[in-house]
Structures are given as structure tokens and as C-alpha cells.
Write a protein that binds this ligand. Sequence first.
Ligand code: C2O
Length: 575
Amino acid sequence: MASLPLSSTVAISNISSLFRPHQPRLSPPPRRLTISCNGTNSAESQHGKVDRRNLLLGMGGLYGATNIILPGDALASPIPAPDLAKCTRGTNLNLRQPLDVDCCPPFSENAVDYKLPAATEIRVRPAAHLADKDFIAKYEKATELMKALPADDPRNFMQQANVHCAYCNLTYDQGGADPSNKLQIHFSWLFFPWHRWYLYFYERILAKLIDDPTFALPYWNWDNPKGMAMPSMFVKENSSLFNPRRNQAHLPLVNLPPLADLRFSKKSSTAPDKIVPSNLTEMYSEMVRSAVNLEDFYGAKYDLGAKPDPGAGTVERGSHTAIHAWVGDPNSPAGEDMGNFYSTGRDPLFFCHHANVDRMWSVWRDLRGSKPKEFSDPDWLDTSFLFYDENAQLVRVKVRDTVENLKMGYTFQKVEIPWLNKRPKARVRKSKVAAMSSAPKATDTSVFPVKLDKVVRVLVDRPKRKRSKNEKEKEEELLVIEGIEVDTSEFVRFEVFVNDEDDDPSDVIDLAEYAGGYSQVPHKNAGNVKSKIRVGLTELLEDLDVEDDDKILVSLVPRDGGEDITIGGVKIIYV
Ligand code: C2O
């Protein structure tokens, strides 16, 4: 790989060549050309209610939606920028006690609406494992300068770390009628856009400190075997990028550095020689197979009045969470730094990790062809956040400005995407597995809710069979796992397999039966929140050759903290 054009710019017209050709499965014709106004593209709305604004617009569009005031919160609306004056101390979500730090930012009354500067020069974020000495030196220098800023400067490193804590540890009011309903930007459709803004300003602050407008954050290329080890620039002890609070067994200090396990669990990790195929299968599942509809990739709708944790998207609950847990120090009280939301921003490696999460968003969009790449729902587009920019000015930003990284003035160094062609192979023909199984039906009232302290197997009816190609293009078949309740102060993980009867299906890492996983960085639920996930079945059932079967055998396999996971039900829907 040639060295990076760090001091030059990349012409925008060349950017499309940064990505490899589309994977055929995602090529047109599109499954959906239009998306519903609630933007979730979902028959199952998060709120189970009709969006009145859509009705009003349907009445000839006579009324400007924003001018209509209806009683209650029946008229959904976007979450406004938080009120800094109401920021309170957060909660240490693992230790269930008040935080020993105050993560509220310096107060300012003068927030201005942020305008994206014209992107004349495009910053190129390098893959960390390919970054050269000059780049590393600049990055170290910039981070050192950031750490040396006065403690109360909002651009100071610790202040920047606290930005993550403030938005994730329930310190801000959400902005609705109920002041006890706190803002949580994880586990929902705000995950990608919020983190994109967070990195955007962090990167601009670093660039300004070294007076280099081309400076761009490196990304940890964990979806590529060549980049799966922890990037070595972060483990030099005298470097500003160093952090002692990491899992010492995962440092790249040996000739054959350990590779990050994207299906990491603390109790049953993947065998070292299986990590690459396991990781590629995981990425294929998160980015292609289980990410057909917008909601499944981005996460579920979360608007004003909604409770936190409506449901995380595939990447957030998969590879993203795995890296947090894999890096965090198991010997520190709450998995600090990377393994816990309040502390994760204190590790410079966080930003390198999230630069790749951010890249996954761009790669996924590029794979969409003519399918919708983002929600058109104003409740998403107009959600606002506050950040301090590189001039220490408090700015109000919106989700709508995040959808295209090029408009934000940056792109990613081009690398291979080895998971693109990793559609898994079934081991054997899987027809009749379900027919022969003695597992109970998912509709048996005695089955759910069930604790996942062991593998749970159920038979799930498929309302539609023998779907035509056309029907499959129009509607994705999804397995919904709902009513998920977990001890949110713990790291938990479970996985979902279809028509697999092995005693431990989690041994099976690169096969068609793997439908997806659920894992989370510890956090706090507000009240009795139940989450759900959806995993894509259309392609999986093709691969298992069971499209004509009237039921499937679903295995829910706990990998970590199963005794703290309860599942409320399992069903199939078509969206
Ligand atoms: Cu905001 Cu990866 O966490």
C-alpha cells in the first residue's frame, strides 16, 4: 500500500474509486424505492402509533408540520440540543453509584448554529496499521498539545473524554415533558450521527493544535485481517497515545499480536486460529446479511419522549461493542477505560476505533446502490446536539449534516474489504431440521419470558413461504427478538442461530446458520425499558435451502452474562 497523501488533497471526483465494486446481493433492483415518513421503513413502529404529521401531510400538505401544535406528545418531534444548564452528575453504570467525575462541559449560553465549512480540501483518514512515522509523530504531538490545554478549556483532552460521558451516562435531560427521561445517544438511530460529530470536532481540534488542516484521525481497520491487531502506535509507553488501562493480554507486543475478536465474550472467546473467519463472517452479517433495512443498520427510532434503548443497529451491538470489551482492562473496577461508557473517551484508542465505526457507515452507504441510504424522517434529520468546536465556540449541530462524510470534509484511505465476498456456506442441507425437532413452539405461553442461563431453542412459524424473488426484494424476512431485558451494568452477549442443532452452536463461526448477535457496553436503563433486535433471514434461509419450510428452529445462545438476560419473545415479520 502506497504511503498516504497526507499533505495533499484528494479530488472529490476520485472518491468513488475508494470503494470496491458493489457486492451483487445489494445491487439494484432495490427492495424499496420509497420509505415511509416515519423513516424507520418499518411496519412495526417504535411507538405503535400513527404519526399525525403524516396524516396532516396526507391531507394535501396544506399545513407546515412544524407549525402545528397538538396536545401531548402525540406529535413526535426530534430531540433538541441538550440544555447545558441542566447537566447533572452522571452515574457510573457498572458500579451503580454516582460518578466520581463531573462530566458536564464548561457552561456557555452562546451556542451558535453550526455551518459546515466548504469542503475545499478533503482530509484523508489513514488506516492505523498503514500510517507512517511522520503521521504518527503529528498525531502524538497534537494529542500531547490537547492534553496540555488548561483543564477548563472545552478542547482539553479530559473535557473531550467527558463529552462522551455526558451524552451516554444520563446527565442531560432528553428535553421532553418528563425531566426524569434522560438523553442516551447509544442503542438507537442516533449512534452513527452523534459519534460522527464527536469525532469531527475532536479531529478539527487536533488539526488546529498542530496547524495542519489536512490532519485526519487514523482508523483501526479491525474489519480487515491486516488491521485486526491493536494498532501499535497506541502502546508506546512514552507516547501521548498510550493508556495503561487496557487488557494487557491484548497488546500487540509479540511477534504474532493477538487479533481483536469481533464476537468477543469474556467467558468463551473464539480460538485464535478461528478469529479471522469468525470476524469476516461477523462483518458480513452486520454489513450485508442483517442490514437490509435502514432501521436494522442504524438502530431504532428514538425521538422526543422516547425511552432510551429502543434497539441498537447491527454494527453497534456487534463489532463495535466487541472492540470496547476486548480493549477495556478486566482488572479495573468497571472495565475502564474502553469497557465502560463514562471512561471510554479517556483512551485515545477510542477515537481510532470509532473512526472505523464511522467508516463502516460510509462503506454501508456505498453498498446501497439506489436503495435509501438514510432516513428521511425529520425526527432523525433534525435531532440536535451541542459540541465545542476547534475555536472553543459552542455550536448546535444537526443529524442532517452528517449523512455524507465528504460534505464534512473527510474521507478514508482506501483498503480492501475482505468480508464483502464472505457470504457463508451451509454445512449440509438443513431442510427438515425444524420438522424433526422436539423444541417447543415460540408461541407456547410457557416458553417466554425465558432466562438465557442456557441455550434456548424454539420453533418459530413462518407466516409466508416460497416467496418469489420479487417478494423478497420488496420485503425482508426478519426474526425479531423482543422484550430483551438485561442487567445493563454488565457486559452481556448472546447469539442467534437458525436450524442448528449442535450442543454448542457458538463453535460454528463461518457458517450460514449464524444469524447475528447482541452485545452491549454496560449502561443504565431508565425504568423498565425492554429492547429488541431484528436479524435478517431472507438470505440465510436461501443459504440453508429451507425457504419452503413452514417453521425454523431458532437457538438463542448465551455467550456472556446469560443469567442476566431475559428474552420476551421471538417472531418473524416482513418489512
Ligand atoms: Cu459512544 Cu463506542 O461508544
